[in-house]
Design a protein around this ligand. Structure first.
Ligand code: ADP
Ligand code: ADP
Length: 209
């Protein structure tokens, strides 16, 4: 299955993509994770995008499109993938449509006040990308990754100043994709407010998997 997960930051796209990728045995491709991996390893790409990610703005389309096109040529993506966080602009969606025919675009819906709660409580294990929440999905030992015991961190862009900007950027640049995909008939809305297990069950029902 070739899937796109759309929705505001913090809606739960990454959490559900991890679970669904496991369920369907297809890769979970998160552009945010790819950028953060490059920043952590101080690659040329990482140096170019660090300040952009910290501010909550979007990385330029040409750079992002090239990165995703390259990733989609890998063998593991031939029979399906979950794109999480891409496309985020109309030009990105147009570029994707030239090479892939999507089975579904899932629109994760969540009110701003819930988005803010989820982002401000999010904690991550940088090496693996595993994601927790201080209240909704806490690790077994506070501040430590369940599998490695390594420290959890708060992403710089999950701090209060960046959150407001990310929501503005989402409204201005990404939300128009909802109408774009609805017009094409590939959009499935999903209420992301319930607890994770319930959202996951609803997601599988929507996709009939
Ligand atoms: P979240 O999961 O909170 O929505 P992501 O991890 O998807 O955030 O993205 C983090 C940041 O990476 C974005 O704020 C943006 O700077 C950059 N980014 C990720 N995907 C894209 C994209 N498709 N186009 C441009 N920038 C992107
Ligand atoms: P996104 O990839 O859309 O930015 P994440 O999957 O990283 O979102 O989730 C954002 C935060 O909300 C994380 O801390 C995650 O643990 C938490 N979370 C995800 N889904 C739910 C849910 N259904 N209910 C409560 N918290 C959730």
């Amino acid at each position: 299955m070739k899937l796109v997960f759309l929705g505001p930051p913090g809606a739960g796209k990454g959490t559900m993509a991890t679970r669904l990728a496991d369920h369907l045995t297809i890769p979970h491709i998160s552009t945010g994770d790819i950028f953060r991996f490059n920043i952590k390893n101080q690659t040329e790409l990482g140096k170019r995008v660090k300040a952009i990610l910290d501010s909550g703005e979007l990385v330029p389309d040409d750079l992002t499109i090239e990165l995703v096109e390259d990733r989609l040529t890998k063998d593991d993506a031939k029979n399906g993938f979950i794109l999480d966080g891409f496309p985020r602009t109309i030009p990105q969606a147009e570029a994707l449509s030239k090479r892939e025919s999507l089975d579904a675009v899932v629109n994760f819906e969540l009110k701003d006040e819930e988005v803010i709660k989820r982002l401000s409580g999010r904690r991550v294990h940088p090496a693996s990308g595993r994601t927790y929440h201080v209240l909704f999905s806490p690790p077994t030992v506070e501040g430590q990754d369940d599998e490695t015991g390594e420290p959890l961190v708060q992403r710089d862009d999950d701090k209060e100043e960046a959150i407001a900007n990310r929501l503005r950027v989402y409204r201005a640049q990404t939300e128009p994709l909802i109408a774009y995909y609805r017009d094409k008939g590939t959009l499935d809305d999903l209420d992301s407010a319930p607890a994770p297990d319930l959202v996951f069950t609803a997601l599988k029902e929507v996709l009939r998997v």
